[in-house]
Each structure stands twice: as C-alpha cells, then as structure tokens.
Design a protein around this ligand. Structure first.
Ligand code: CMP
Length: 137
C-alpha cells in the first residue's frame, strides 16, 4: 500500500553537508520525494511539531537546535514509506540504537544531533505533513 511520510534533514545534517548523501539513500531505497524544500524553521512550527515532547527535559534544547539553521523538509511516498524511512534513518540514539548502515548509525554520535527525523505512525505522518506542507493534497 502506498503511504506518505514526513522527513527532515536536521540542521546538523545540512551543516555537515550530508544532504546529498541522505537524499541518495532515500532515492536508492526506491522512495519517491513528493515534496521538499530548504527552510528556516520558525519556533512556532517547531513547537507544534515537537508538542508531544513538551514535558521532556530536553524540549527547550530541542527547539533551540531545530531552529538553529536551515533544515530540508519533505514528504516521501512509496509502499510502507513510514517504516521504510524509519529503517533508513535508524534508531533515535545513533550509537546505542541505530544499526550500522542506517543514516544515524553511520553518521551520528549524539541523540540530539541525530541528523534526520521521520514520522513514527500514520497519525504522525498525517499531522506532520499537514503542519509542514499544508498545500499538499
Ligand atoms: P526525533 O526523531 O526528531 O524526535 C525527537 C527528537 O528529540 C529526537 O529525534 C532527538 O533529536 C531528540 N531527543 C530524543 N531524546 C533525546 C535525549 N535524551 N536528549 C536529547 N535529545 C533527545
């Protein structure tokens, strides 16, 4: 079944010049990029995006980080796109959870600076796509 998911290349990924490498992995997997742009995240968008983490101790730092520089935001399409993109990204902690071969496993060292984001469910994907790409049907 074709699905859509939302992805971000976070400020650390853009800053480190990993945008091309990450997009190449997305394309090599066979996922289609349905929408994408480089943008500076407004604090209000970041707060809505990460609302479920509002009570976590790292929330303030997370908002600072995600608004600290440009991100690449986009929508991926394909069969089981949500799980496929999460597999490509790897677990949240790039050292303890992300397998070698995944983006975080290959390029990350810290949980906050974990390079990419992916929606974790159909509900999150719908919510995040509506927030970041309200014009997308
Ligand atoms: P992401 O998949 O975008 O979802 C929430 C983000 O919060 C996560 O990636 C990390 O960037 C960040 N995060 C999660 N846990 C921690 C933590 N323990 N310390 C710092 N940042 C975290």
């Amino acid at each position: 079944m074709t699905e859509r998911t939302f992805f971000l290349i976070k400020p650390d990924g853009v800053e480190r010049g990993l945008t091309g490498t990450i997009l190449a992995r997305i394309e090599a997997k066979g996922l289609t990029i349905a929408a994408m742009d480089l943008r500076q995240v407004q604090r209000e968008t970041a707060a809505k995006h990460y609302a479920e983490h509002a009570e976590r101790p790292f929330y303030g730092e997370l908002l600072e980080f995600i608004t600290s520089g440009p991100v690449v935001a986009g929508v991926l399409e394909g069969p089981r796109a949500i799980a496929a993109w999460r597999q490509l990204a790897g677990g949240t902690d790039p050292v303890e959870k992300a397998a070698p071969g995944s983006i975080r496993g290959d390029f990350g060292l810290e949980t906050q600076l974990n390079l990419v984001h992916g929606s974790d469910s159909e509900e999150s994907a719908a919510r995040e796509i509506a927030l970041w790409f309200p014009g997308l049907a």
